[in-house]
Design a protein around this ligand. Structure first.
Ligand SMILES: Cc1ncc(COP(=O)(O)O)c(C=O)c1O
Length: 375
């Protein structure tokens, strides 16, 4: 049996009729941008995250960009972030002329820590941008503690982790602002690109984000500053609202699969492969990815083995950001962030989507175990 890395067609069937009906209504009304669905979604996602305000954006990247713009991040400023993350986290900082300042990670969680962030703070630090990678919160109490000592704002990159919990709070309830992505592979995925910026409580920041989203305009055709076109469209908002009702069940499905993998693959030795760990106290990892660490330089061989058996897998991410060609000018060296570089060499994500059957999980686990000569 082949098992793809992700199969969205099953969950989309479950919401297809509802969405088709909704799109019929949209065509009748022919109002496609920033309409009632976007307004409704903004309120629903803000409530879901336990924050005051949500602003629907065209992507997770733009949700991050607008948050940085609302803090006036500009040339000469520094923004602290992990080097082991998706490119967008740093790309938005560079686009504003500011400098991404990279930090290493905790090998147990793949996330950065308060101590690593604190050590990177300088007089030029304008914001701290921790990432909740793969579905698990970064160590937010320690990161907020470091930030508050210096009065530096925090933006959560929760593009992979809407619904992740820890320390009695959810993604979106720690930072001044938070970015969510609804790229189709996310636990809550649109039918294209979409994202949302959470503003935890600051009304002035909320007003600024709304204005920046539409070219700094308010009222119509009066432009106070140069913003962007970061608008979300009604089709995406409608799709997301239809799916939001099912999101908790999907998170729990992923968590059940993760627990199943842990039981089935518990005999793997650390010098073979290690399974992802939940390190947040009383936390909820939402497993956007289930990411193994493959030891002994055998990651690519395991991936080829899985492929030969028709099993999908993916490497998120093979190259750290400090080693990307476009950031050569920042002057970082290979070897500077050893934990991140080791993670980039070892990670392999395997299928964990909620619609997988037990037979599919068994197929994946048997293949992984078989590679190491285990049953
Ligand atoms: C950590 C992280 N940040 C930012 C983004 C950007 O989101 P989008 O692809 O919706 O622009 C992503 C999306 O994959 C992400 O994983």
């Amino acid at each position: 049996m082949s098992v793809p890395m992700l199969d969205l067609s099953i969950q989309n069937q479950a919401v297809k009729q509802k969405i088709l009906d909704g799109i019929g209504g949209l065509i009748d009304r022919s109002s496609f941008i920033l309409g009632d669905n976007v307004k409704g979604l903004e309120a629903e996602i803000a409530a879901y995250a336990g924050a005051k305000f949500g602003v629907g954006m065209s992507s997770g990247t733009d949700a991050l960009l607008v948050a940085l713009m609302a803090l006036d991040v500009k040339a000469g400023d520094e923004v602290i972030m992990p080097t082991f993350t998706f490119f967008a986290t740093a790309g938005v900082v560079s686009r504003l002329g500011a400098k991404p300042v990279f930090v290493d990670l905790d090998p147990m969680s793949f996330n950065t820590t308060g101590a690593l962030v604190e050590a990177a703070i300088t007089g030029r630090t304008k914001a701290i941008l921790p990432v909740h990678l793969f579905g698990q919160l970064a160590d937010m109490p320690a990161i907020l503690e470091a930030a508050s000592q210096f009065g530096i704002p925090v933006i959560e990159d929760a593009c992979q982790s809407m619904g992740a919990k820890g320390w009695g709070r959810s993604a979106g309830q720690f930072g001044d602002m938070t970015a969510f992505s609804f790229y189709p592979t996310k636990n809550l995925g649109a039918f294209g690109d979409a994202g949302l910026t959470i503003i935890r409580e600051d009304e002035a920041l909320h007003a600024r984000v709304r204005r920046l989203r539409v070219h700094g305009m308010e009222p119509v055709y009066v432009h106070h500053e140069v913003g962007m076109n970061g608008r979300m469209d009604e089709v995406q908002a409608l799709v997301l609202r239809a799916k939001l009702e099912m999101l908790e069940g999907w998170h729990e499905g992923r968590r059940m699969h993760a627990a199943w993998y842990h039981r089935r693959m518990k005999d793997l030795a650390p010098d073979e492969a290690r399974l992802p760990q939940e390190v947040v106290p009383d936390g909820r990892h939402i497993y956007n990815q289930f990411t193994l660490r493959v030891a002994g330089g055998r990651r690519d061989a395991l991936q080829a083995h899985l492929k030969s058996l028709g099993i999908g897998s993916a490497v998120y991410y093979p190259i750290c950001l400090h080693e990307q060609p476009c950031f050569e000018n920042l002057g970082y060296q290979k070897g500077q962030f050893p934990e991140s570089e080791q993670a980039a060499a070892e990670v392999l994500s395997i299928p964990v989507y909620p619609e997988m059957s037990e037979a599919m999980l068994e197929e994946v686990a048997t293949a992984v175990l078989g590679f190491f000569g285990r049953k």
